[in-house]
Design a protein around this ligand. Sequence first.
Ligand code: IMP
Ligand code: MG
Length: 176
Amino acid sequence: MTSKLVPLISEADIARALQTLAKEIDQDYDGKPLVVVTVLKGAFIFAADLIRKITTPISRVELIRLSSYGSGTNSSGQVKIFSDLAPEAIIRQHVLLVEDIVDTGRSTATAIALLKQHHPASVKLCSLLDKPARRIVPVEIDYLGFTIEDHFAIGYGLDWDERYRELSGIYAVEEE
Ligand code: IMP
Ligand code: MG
């Protein structure tokens, strides 16, 4: 079986979504400093672009790594956390968690639970993509770029077996 990449979301669409998201975030936080927690690896490009559009002061950037996918396109169901988050980075802070995609919801729910252990003033979620058809664990997305159908999406940070993260747009992998 061969696979092809079908364009899903263009670079220009992403740029527009970044403007809209940054505006919403700036309005809501109203100048209150923000801790941005980026979920690696998938959200690294999105977060890098987003924090440069936000004008709200960012008091720190933290990176956590979650891993749930094996090498295929289906989640293993297990979420591994790799994090050296210091509790002092989160306690009494307004935290914005930045995700690439909410699929089953397991990873994001795990990340939010981890952050809440450190007693933040607030935790909100910003996700580039939402794939609601696959949700198993409910997750509330405060700031969302795009809702997609049940496609496997790659590009703009998202990978398929570690490939394609460097693409500027987002594509669906289709088997043919
Ligand atoms: P979860 O199933 O919501 O826990 O998603 C876990 C992680 O799997 C996401 O943060 C992504 O890194 C990855 N993932 C889920 N769906 C896709 C996809 O369509 N393309 C690429 N990665 C995905
Ligand atoms: Mg992810």
